[in-house]
Write a protein that binds this ligand. Sequence first.
Ligand code: ZN
Length: 596
Amino acid sequence: MPNPGSFADTVKQQADIVRIVGGYVRLKKTGAQNFSGLCPFHKEKTPSFSVHEVRQFYHCFGCGASGDVFSFVQKIENITFLEAVRGVAEKLGIQAPRQAFSPEEAREAQARGALLEMQERACVFFEQQLRRPEGAQAREYLASRGLSQETIREFRMGYAPDSGFMLRDLFRGAEEELLRQSGLFSWKETEPFEQPDSNEEQRKPPRSALYAKFRGRIMFPICHDGGKVIAFTGRRLSNEEKAGPKYLNSPETAIYSKSRVLFNLDKAKEHIRALGYAILVEGQMDCISVYTADFKNVIATSGTAFTEPQVRLLARHSRNVVVNFDPDAAGAAAAERSLALLVEEDFQIKVLTLEPGLDPDLFIRRRGRQAYADALRSAPQYFGYLVERARALHPPRSPENKLRAANFLLPHLNRVPNRIVRDELAADVAQKLGIDSVVLRQELRRAAAARSSTVKAAAQPALTESEKILIRALHPATAEGGDVARHLAEAIEAESLHRGLAGEALIQAALTGNDAELSEADHARLAAILMRDDEPLTTELLQSALNALRVIRLERTKRELAGRIVEAERRQDQSSLLALVQEKQRIDRELHAAGQ
Ligand SMILES: [Zn+2]
C-alpha cells in the first residue's frame, strides 16, 4: 500500500485497475462490481481471475495471485514497484516529480526517455526525407510494392538519405555517449585503447567519426506495444551488395530488445482481442500487406523464431493464432521452432499454407483480399495439418508406414503440456492414420502419455490366421489355390479387403506376383508362411478366411463410424448424425449375418 499523500498514492487514486488490467487481460463484466478473465499468471482454460472495480483489487482463485494495480503491473512486466508506479503514471499522463525515485532510477528513466525521444525525432526525420526529391527512388519502390500514401503514413515509413551526416547534424548538441547508445549511429574506432592510464574521455574517438548507421534505406519503425518507436528496420534500396545487407536492424539498446518485441502488436492488439485470435506472419512487409487488406489482427516475428518473452507478450491478448508461414519450406527451422514453442505454451494453432511460392504479400496482391479471407477460414488445426504431412511422407498403406507416421508425429504430440489433451490427440492421430490395430493404438497413446520418443516397433501388428491362409493360397510360388484362388483374388481386389491389414503388403504382392517392394520384415514373414504346409487349403477353409477379412473390414468401419458419431454429436450436427447411425445399424446387420 502506498503511503497516503505520496506520489504513488496520487497515481493510485486516479488509476482505474479495470482499465489497466484490461490492457493485459481480456476482462468480462461478471457482477455489479466484478470483472473476470483468464489469469495471466497461471495457465487456465476457464476464468478464475477477477478484478474488483470498487475495491481496486485483483484476485485469482486459481493460483492465489492478488494485489493492487501496482502489484499487478509489477508482476506482469517483471519490474520494480517504482517502475510500476512510473509506468501507470505515464499511462495516465501524470508527470512524476523528480524526488519520486531514487537518484539512480531517475537517471536511468531520464536516459530511457532521451533514447525514446531520439527514435521519435529520427522517425520524423526519415518521414520528411521520404517526401523530399531525394526520396523519389524510395517512393517509387514503395509504390511498386503496392503501398498507398495512407499505409506509408500509418506505418510511418521513411527514407534514410545516403549522407551519413544529416542525421548526426539533427542531433547537434546531444551527448556523444547518448548518440552511441541510440543504435542510430556507427563509428570508426580511430584510436583504439593505446594509453592504458588515460581516462575514458580521452579514449573516445573524435566526434567526427560518428555517422548514420542507416544510409540509402527505406525505414520501417519498430514500436513497442504501447506504440512508441524504439528501433528501425532499414531495407537497402540499391541492388549493390556493397551497400550492405538487404535488411538492417537497429542493434539491441536500453529500450530495444529484439526478442521482446512483436512487430505491429501496438496496432493489432485491440483487434486481436476483439476477434479472439492473432494472425502470425514472418516478414514486416507481409504484416503490412495483410494489415492494409483489413486483417488488422496481424503481427510479425520479423523472420526469426519466436522467443518465450514474445509468446508471453502475445498470450496477454489471445492464445489463438493462425500462423501464416510455411513450416515445410527449406530453411524454415525458425517456423518449426516457433510452432513448437506455441504448442508448449498451450496455444490453439491453425496453419495457413498458401500456394507454393506465394508469401502473404504476393498472395493478397495477386489473388485479392477475399481469397485470403477464405484461406484463413479454412486453415486446418496444427495437428490436423501435421497428420496430413505424416500421411504424405509415409502413406499409411502398410503397418510399417503407419508406425513411421506415428513416430513422425510423436515428438509433436509430446510438446503438448497437458496429459489429457495429449491422450485425446494420440487417439485422434491413430484414427486418422487408420491404425486399427488395438495394440498399436494403445502403444501410441501410452508413448504420448509417458512422452517417450518412439512407438516401439514391437507393437507391429501380427498377421491373422486368415491372412496367412490367403497369402499361401494366392502366392504364385505355391499356386495351391487353383481356380478357387482366382475367385478369391477377384473378391479381394474388388472389395479392397486387404487395405489396412497387417498383411496388406504381402497380399498385394501375392495378387500381383511381385515381391520386389516388400520390406525385409515382410520377406521374412512371407518365407515363414510359404514354408508351412500343415493344413490343406480346402474350399471351406479359403471361404471362411475370405469371410474373416470381410468381418475385419466391417468391424473397422463400425469403429470409424463410432468415432464419427461422437464427432457429429460434439458438433450437434443432427443430419449427419442420423445418416451415421443408420449406416452403423446397417453394418451391425451385416455383422450379424456374417455370424458375428
Ligand atoms: Zn492465477
